[in-house]
Design a protein around this ligand. Structure first.
Ligand SMILES: NC(=O)C1=CN([C@@H]2O[C@H](COP(=O)(O)OP(=O)(O)OC[C@H]3O[C@@H](n4cnc5c(N)ncnc54)[C@H](OP(=O)(O)O)[C@@H]3O)[C@@H](O)[C@H]2O)C=CC1
Ligand SMILES: N[C@@H](CC(=O)OP(=O)(O)O)C(=O)O
Length: 415
């Protein structure tokens, strides 16, 4: 696996920390997966009005911990795990997250399409051969992490569950199905408390949409305190949400445009570099696109609250792998910004970066390859009376907390 570096820059977190950022592309076979190692994730950074402090800890990123040569999670008593879509952007991230979290496993099956079958890959010091996904793939598999698109999940998810496998599915195939828990572990772990490996019974569990996960990581602690009545979300979504090929095309287009060439437009059928556009998911009958409606419907299911009003506008921006979201909240009971900042700084999986004096707030680069979702721009909404409204701005790594990390956290709840 060769690593090519493309640029390095300096960034400032709050007033004190200065770290170097390297943005690069890992080449694995014909695929490219971009990464951006950044702030040390071993501590939870919090910057409030120019004052930086450390509160608690979040798990280390792959770049601080991964050795690549030791079978860290291997244990005879662990479950047999399958990764469906292992060659994809999310599939590769699954492997990083499993290592970072020392997820226990006895064996791992690496599954992808016929195109990849037979290719070799190494993970934690052992060589694996990628197998073609078939109906026979789940024999003896206790946990399957699916990330190969909705149609694959629809075909193989129920089949695996019927054979006794607990499927954690990253697609939207089953999210709104009654009886299928839709889980963000920090928010509603109780929704899947009846599903355990020890039951020796197959099941389907759905991983929410990445924009929904990132949004609810910050909105939920505030919702618990003052009950959200209405939420207005505007997203700035990265290339990674459209898969490894979209990431590669953003990189290619950027080079082409800088060289004065016509950009290659295979993924979105338009120029993406130096541009932005409405999210590429189909626009539905009510004028919302599917990504926007996922934020509406999934929030209601995760919060078990059919009355909460949600509206969203989703935009694709030329950022490699972390989503940003502006969120306006209306509360049933008053909540002032100081209290909100305190609540958010104590919430699991969040870091607060809210440095007004330095005009320094969360950025996608800062959270890339990081577990934590960053929140800032915490301010009273001046258009709402009596402290009933707040604005916040969040950034979260789309492939990590928005997909692979959330799914692995779900898998941990099964043990
Ligand atoms: N929770 C969330 O918000 C997110 C969910 N996702 C879900 O994950 C899916 C994959 O995303 P991503 O990794 O970014 O996409 P990629 O395009 O990077 O990867 C797709 C993966 O699916 C595999 N695949 C495709 N067709 C088949 C097949 N017929 N049988 C078996 N495997 C197949 C590919 O294998 P091969 O290399 O052999 O073609 C590859 O491993 C998305 O379609 C979406 O459903 C993604 C991002 C976020
Ligand atoms: N939310 C991803 C797309 C995606 O994979 O969504 P879902 O998991 O809901 O299909 C994006 O940024 O475009």
């Amino acid at each position: 696996m060769a690593v090519s570096m493309h640029c390095s820059q300096t960034a400032v977190v709050g007033s004190a920390a200065v770290r170097s950022v390297e943005v690069g592309v890992v080449r694995s076979g014909s695929r490219k997966v971009c990464f951006s190692p950044f702030i040390n994730a071993g501590v939870r950074h919090s910057v409030q009005n120019g004052k930086r402090f450390i509160a608690g800890s979040v798990s280390a990123s792959s770049h601080t911990k991964r050795s690549g040569s030791v079978r860290m999670g291997y244990t005879e008593s662990g479950p047999t795990v399958a990764i469906v879509g292992v060659t994809g952007a999310v599939g590769q991230e699954f492997l990083d997250v499993l290592t970072d979290r020392d997820f226990p496993y006895r064996d791992i099956k690496m599954l992808a399409s016929k195109r990849s079958a037979g290719q070799k890959m190494s993970f934690e010091g052992k060589e694996y051969v990628i197998e073609e996904l078939t109906e026979e793939s789940f024999k003896g598999v206790e946990i399957a992490l699916f990330s190969a698109g909705g149609s694959i999940s629809k075909k193989y998810g129920p089949l695996a569950a019927a054979q006794g496998t607990i499927v954690v599915d990253n697609s939207s195939a089953f999210r709104m199905d009654e009886g299928v828990p839709l889980v963000v572990p920090e928010v509603n772990a109780d929704a899947m408390s009846h599903i355990k490996l020890s039951n020796k019974k197959g099941a389907l569990i759905a991983n929410p949409n990445c924009s929904t996960i990132i949004c609810l990581m910050a909105a939920t602690p505030l919702h618990r305190h003052a009950k959200v009545k209405r939420m207005v979300v505007s997203t700035y979504q990265a290339a990674s949400g459209a898969g490894a090929a979209a990431m590669a095309e953003l990189e290619l287009q950027t080079k082409e445009v800088l060289e004065g060439k016509e950009p290659t437009c295979n993924i979105f059928n338009r120029q993406y570099a130096f541009n932005l556009f409405s999210h590429n998911s189909p626009v539905t009958g009510n004028g919302y696109n599917e990504e926007e409606m996922k934020l509406v419907k999934e929030t209601r299911k995760i919060w078990s609250d059919n009355d909460v009003k949600v509206t969203a506008t989703c935009i694709r921006v030329p950022v490699m792998r972390a989503h940003a979201e502006s969120i306006n909240l209306q509360f049933e009971t008053p909540l002032d910004e100081e209290k909100a900042r305190e609540i958010l700084s104590q919430a699991e999986g969040l870091i607060v970066i809210d440095d007004r004096a330095g005009n320094n707030f969360p950025t996608p680069l800062e959270v890339s390859k990081k577990d934590a979702v960053a929140v800032g721009r915490i301010r009273q909404d001046v258009s709402q009376e009596g402290n009933h409204g707040l604005d916040i701005f969040v950034c979260g790594d789309q492939i990590r907390k928005g997909a692979a990390l959330n799914a692995v956290q779900i898998a941990e709840l099964l043990l």
